[in-house]
Design a protein around this ligand. Structure first.
Ligand code: ADP
Ligand code: ZN
Length: 218
């Protein structure tokens, strides 16, 4: 069992690697971005409020995020462990997490800015299951259809250039400081760094797994 946070800028590969780690080591992925995309499909006050932040590339307020995470964790099996993708994004969120679970490791993805922009602008997502594709180097087998479930692929509205810029800015200002926070808490890190756009996800995932094994976490 391992409780991990996968940490990195938007477009650094968190969702892509987390979903593959899920199939390899049986942990459950909890992705707050996915939870919010589901909520936004509903025409409810909460769905509309979440949308007003996400579409501008801003963070959803901590009180909402914390509540959503708590509910999700309560439904997650304790034996398997989890990978958090997209949570925490603020120190406030990290402090709340401490009350809910022990974190064994931070998986930190280090990717240069130019790759992030390149990836996000050609990223496509399955409307059904959220699987991530890329029109340039991680194409679906059948054009614009999900390999996993056959669902249609779409471009997230927040993957438009102006919103991408905002999300990177928000990441650097509000989320990056968390790295220092976890270093001070002495939580172990597994770092994965790449400066190649087309590194296959399998290669990245193998590297991450090696790191987890070194720490005897899997
Ligand atoms: P990425 O990591 O590619 O930016 P996500 O799918 O994780 O994308 O998040 C999409 C959006 O959902 C974020 O830009 C933000 O508006 C919102 N969001 C997701 N997780 C959080 C969080 N923990 N705190 C605040 N907002 C969040
Ligand atoms: Zn799918």
């Amino acid at each position: 069992m391992v409780n991990a946070i996968i940490f990195g800028a938007p477009g650094s590969g968190k969702g892509t690697y987390a979903s593959r780690l899920q199939s390899k080591i049986g942990v459950q992925v909890i992705a707050t971005g996915d939870i919010f995309r589901e909520l936004m499909k509903e025409d409810t006050p909460l769905g509309r409020e979440v949308k007003s932040y996400v579409e501008k590339g801003l963070l959803v307020p901590d009180d909402i995020v914390v509540k959503v995470l708590k509910q999700k964790l309560a439904k997650t099996s304790k034996e398997k462990g989890f990978i958090l993708d997209g949570y925490p994004r603020t120190v406030e969120q990290a402090k709340n997490l401490e009350k809910l679970a022990k974190i064994d490791v931070i998986i930190q993805l280090k990717v240069p800015d130019w790759i992030i922009i390149e990836r996000l602008s050609s990223r496509r997502i399955c409307k059904n299951c959220g699987e991530v594709y890329n029109l340039r180097y991680l194409k679906p087998k059948v054009d614009m259809k999900c390999d996993k479930c056959g669902g249609p692929l779409y471009q997230r509205p927040d993957d438009m250039p102006e919103v991408i810029k905002k999300r990177i800015e928000v990441y650097e200002r509000q989320t990056q400081p968390l790295l220092q926070y976890y270093k001070e808490k002495r939580v172990p890190f597994v770092e994965y760094e790449t400066d190649k756009l087309e590194t296959p996800p399998e290669v990245a995932v193998e590297e991450i797994l090696k790191g987890l094994k070194r720490l005897k976490l899997v």
